[in-house]
Design a protein around this ligand. Structure first.
Ligand SMILES: Nc1ncnc2c1ncn2[C@@H]1O[C@H](COP(=O)(O)OP(=O)(O)OP(=O)(O)O)[C@@H](O)[C@H]1O
Length: 258
């Protein structure tokens, strides 16, 4: 059970401040989607939540300040899938996913049967079992993306930070991936924070949306309150209609300007 809390967080790169006074709380088992236009600071926020960038203010995971935790303690608490990870092309999908177990192994210990069975289960859930023995360098973009998620899920951390998890996935695999993430939070109480460019997916899967623009939180709350025509116009310069399906799901539809 790992909630996340940020209070008055400022962070960036060296002299360059990107995030200003970000305050947000994600309850244990919640799903927060970070949205916003290109360059708004979404990846910077996710990196800050992962404890990978120095930050002023408070960043607490499971009630513990990230700056006080060792790398190993952080890795047991937080699993992070960056947008464009550098992958070791020569290793197999199984061996790559097993890297997710590293924070749970003792010093010099090798993975055991329990670790292999966790990886096996994750590969099945991600429709990757047939590719288990393939080297990463031989996979398609979408298959590599799912392999990254396999490593992250094998980590079995209470907090998942996912940067654009559906990039490069076709609509079916994207839905399957989001369903799987949703099941994890329902079954295991996993807390999820993801950036998502696809606002329809964000509306349908997250229970809270945080809209960032120019490094500041400009709106936060339930999807229907944040993903509105006027806010999308103001911050993305986009013309969109917010539709509701027969089943009550929101669809954010771009409308061509005539
Ligand atoms: N390593 C870096 N060093 C300096 N500036 C950076 C670095 N990474 C990102 N930035 C800058 O920080 C700002 C926010 O970038 P960030 O990647 O967080 O935006 P984003 O909302 O994730 O964008 P996108 O939707 O395009 O992926 C941008 O102006 C970017 O140029």
């Amino acid at each position: 059970m790992t909630g996340l809390r940020l209070r008055n967080v400022r962070s960036g790169y060296g002299e360059r401040t990107v995030l200003r006074e970000v305050t947000v709380e994600v309850p244990s088992g919640g799903w927060l989607a970070i949205v916003g236009p290109n360059g708004a600071g979404k990846s910077t926020l996710l990196n800050t939540m992962a404890g990978l960038l120095p930050a002023d203010g408070e960043v607490l995971a499971d009630g513990r300040a990230l700056r006080t935790l060792s790398a190993r303690e952080k890795a047991r608490l937080i699993a992070f899938a960056p947008q464009d990870p550098v992958l070791p092309d020569g290793i197999t999908v199984t061996d790559y996913a097993l890297l997710g177990r590293t924070p749970h192994l003792g010093p010099l210990a090798r993975e055991g049967a329990a670790d292999l069975s966790i990886v096996d289960e994750v590969l099945h859930r991600l429709d990757l079992a047939g590719l288990a023995g393939r080297r990463l360098g031989t996979l398609s973009g979408g298959e590599r993306q799912r392999a990254v998620l396999a490593r992250v899920l094998a980590q079995r951390a209470g907090l998942l930070l996912l940067d654009e998890p559906t990039t490069g996935l076709d609509i079916g695999h994207a839905q399957a991936m989001l369903e799987l993430i949703d099941r994890l939070r329902r079954e295991d109480g996993t807390t999820v924070v993801s950036t998502l460019h696809d606002l329809t997916f964000a509306a349908q899967y997250a229970d809270e949306i945080l809209l960032l623009a120019d490094g500041e939180v400009v709106a936060a709350g339930a999807p229907a309150n944040v993903l509105t025509g006027p806010l999308l116009q103001r911050h993305y310069g986009a013309t969109a209609e917010i539709l509701t399906t027969g089943g009550g799901e929101l669809v954010i539809a771009p409308i061509r300007r005539k």
